[in-house]
Design a protein around this ligand. Sequence first.
Ligand SMILES: [Fe+2]
Ligand SMILES: [Fe+2]
Length: 315
Amino acid sequence: MSFVEPYMLKNMYEYLKPVEELWQPSDLLPDSSKEDFFEQVRELQGNAGNLSYDLLAVLIGDTITEEALPSYESWLAMVEDTSRNEQGGWLTWLRSWTSEENRHGDALNRYLYLCGRVNMRQMEISTAHLLADGIDVQTGRDPYRNFIYTAFQETATNISHRRVASLAKQSGDTLLSKMCGVIASDEARHAKAYKHFMQKIFEVDPNEAILAFEDMMRKRIVMPAAFLREMGGKIGEGFAHFTESAQRTGVYTATDYIDIFRGLIDEWKIETLSDLKETGEKAKDYILALPDRLTRVAERTKVGTLVHQYSWILA
Ligand SMILES: [Fe+2]
Ligand SMILES: [Fe+2]
């Protein structure tokens, strides 16, 4: 971290935007101080009425995931580093990242509140559960594992918000489409930053870096909302339903998981990585063979067709 923190401090503004230039949720949503507010809400509700049941469920799951941001910030703040310097690269990045991410849950929540199709109390209970249940992404406090995880995860959220944006557009909801589109582009910037930080580590410590990559892929990348549940349900049950809705709508699939993984292999030039010890060479072989293995598993896996009745969605 003492190597990578100065680098972060110098380069993070390539991936962040100045606060006052960022989009804010109020740029996108009806303004309650305006006379045409109710008209705009009626229009929003009319368009939201056309979203499919599964797509609305995915959107709610995405929103709850975003709203559990306090868990992610406190987990990332625990990353081991040598300085614990408030003005150092890592904590400065983490605060700025949080300030950008915080808009995502705000915007989506406000849309869902206005759309008239959501049992907000049930959704809020799920959010409260997820915050209280926490996360277990198996990175420990190790920076390498954390950057590998976040590089993967930010790419996954970019894909899923982008897909919701295009499905919303297809069903005529331009407001939601635009909102998910701008969120997706934030996620893409964040993904680039984490990939870049990790790239630096691959340059100076390739053997430990590839061992961390192998370890994370062996454990599988667990989504941050893995503990999601509905009122009265068990930890993780809500997530299982959410995952099926995401697969059925094509918002996030097993194939996406593999594509992201392949993208990271390219990004970090794993194939041409040299100066590895024997352990590192073994890890490299494992990583390079894994995408094809996962593809064979994905081809055999069937997605459930039974649509779960979510407490979040009004009949
Ligand atoms: Fe986000
Ligand atoms: Fe994100």
